[in-house]
Design a protein around this ligand. Structure first.
Ligand code: CA
Length: 242
């Protein structure tokens, strides 16, 4: 059974084989997960650009763009969502390739749905443990549990809403988080708008950026915000951020 608090975890299932996709979808939904499905690699990439998921189940052999390439691309753009790769062949090459491009675990077909869920729960547990000591991007450190942040010699405590903004941005870093996704991450489906978000961003900048020559919280005009490593930023001035 899914434990308390596991309900509502968002899973993206990327699988072109209809029967497998349906089985996985039904099983996970009955367990309380919130499931989305893509039947090919390009559709998966589009969904992953638009939406945030807690877990990804990704088939290796897919039409249009295979699972290895999907995984490679999302990791390249900084998406660290826990990912379980499904492979039809139990070969060492497939497994190594999967891990090399950033899969967190793999499962060989055919598999028991119960085993798949155990593996997914392990991935979630591992991801949460990884955040136990807080989030870090370059010299910026933030602990979502205590709301304490620090950047070099500056430190303090954020408000819960500021903390949610920073958590979402640091988890996504260095990728851009779109305005709407950020609003959803902070307020969920109720409340929150662009003005309220701007207010929070402004107050966060006063704390984490104002004392420093280089900003880490940057706007991407017309798209959203992201947290950047100022060292890496120095080499890519012309990428549209302010
Ligand atoms: Ca397939």
């Amino acid at each position: 059974m899914v434990g308390e608090g596991e309900r509502g975890l968002r899973v993206l299932v990327v699988e072109d084989q209809r029967d497998i996709a349906e089985n996985v979808w039904d099983y996970l939904e009955r367990r309380g997960y919130d499931v989305d499905h893509a039947h090919d690699g390009l559709t998966a990439l589009r969904l992953l650009e638009r939406d945030t998921f807690d877990l990804i189940v990704l088939d290796l052999g897919l039409p249009r763009l295979d699972g290895v390439e999907v995984c490679r691309q999302i990791r390249h753009y900084g998406n660290q969502t826990p990912l379980l790769m499904l492979t039809a062949r139990d070969t060492l090459e497939d497994k190594l390739l999967g891990f090399e491009v950033g899969a967190d675990d793999y499962l060989t077909k055919p598999f028991a749905l119960e085993e798949m869920e155990v593996r997914l729960r392990n991935l979630i547990r591992r991801a949460r443990r990884g955040e136990h000591d807080g989030l870090r991007v370059s010299t910026l450190h933030f602990d979502p549990q205590t709301l304490q942040f620090s950047r070099e010699h500056v430190g303090g405590m954020l408000s819960p809403l500021q903390g949610r903004v920073l958590t979402a941005l640091m988890r996504t870093s260095p990728a851009v988080l779109r305005h709407n996704d950020l609003i959803a991450a902070v307020w969920g489906t109720e409340g929150g708008d662009t003005n309220a978000l701007h207010g929070l961003i402004h107050s966060l900048r006063q704390l984490i950026d104002k004392p420093f020559a280089q900003a880490m919280l940057v706007s991407v005009h017309g798209v959203g915000y992201r947290i950047v490593d100022p060292e890496a930023q120095r080499d890519s001035r012309a990428d549209g951020t302010d």
